[in-house]
Design a protein around this ligand. Sequence first.
Ligand code: FMN
Length: 195
Amino acid sequence: MKNVLVIKSSILAANSQSNQLVDFFKSKISANITERDVGANPLPYYDLNAASGTRGEPQNDVQKQALALSNELIAQVNANDVLVFGVPMYNLGVPAQLKTYIDYLNRAGVTFRYTANGPEGLITGKKAVVILTHGGIYKDGPADLVKLYMQTVLNFIGITDIEFVYAEGIGHGPEAIAKAQAAAKVELERIAKII
Ligand SMILES: Cc1cc2nc3c(=O)[nH]c(=O)nc-3n(C[C@H](O)[C@H](O)[C@H](O)COP(=O)(O)O)c2cc1C
């Protein structure tokens, strides 16, 4: 049985469209599922202490805690075969809470390394499912920025096998939401069979 790590990042709790889709996907797979909800339980902001602790030798307890947290998050990713991200678009980017998670995850020499040929991802052999929720319609256009960011940052650490699922037009009213949810669920059912 596959080990699946689910990462939710919406700030909207029960009203979250991405959380609902992540939960739907969970209900369709038979796997050992671990869930981390950084929207409901945010990680400490990635600041000077976090950068010092994770990019050099920690000099104080706060920096040691930051390094321990980063190690824990990376170990959790390494312990799973599939990563499922619920990713809302907020102000044309990912939620700050998800950005913080990624800040702790991206570590030179640990999750990627610099080589003569450029950076190389060290988290290999994983599959990712990224569920994108947008108030507007951006798929394949110049402002499809959350997809581009998630693709680039996951590729950067070595995760290249990625399925993207969109639920768009969430800001266009209940009918549009129902349509977006239904279309996303069709895709998620397909992916549930192949992970
Ligand atoms: C703070 C905030 C900022 C948002 N910014 C955008 C945006 O820039 N573009 C967009 O299309 N939708 C935007 N939306 C709408 C969300 O993308 C939409 O509500 C989506 O359902 C969010 O996912 P969630 O329900 O899982 O939180 C924003 C919503 C919030 C709460």
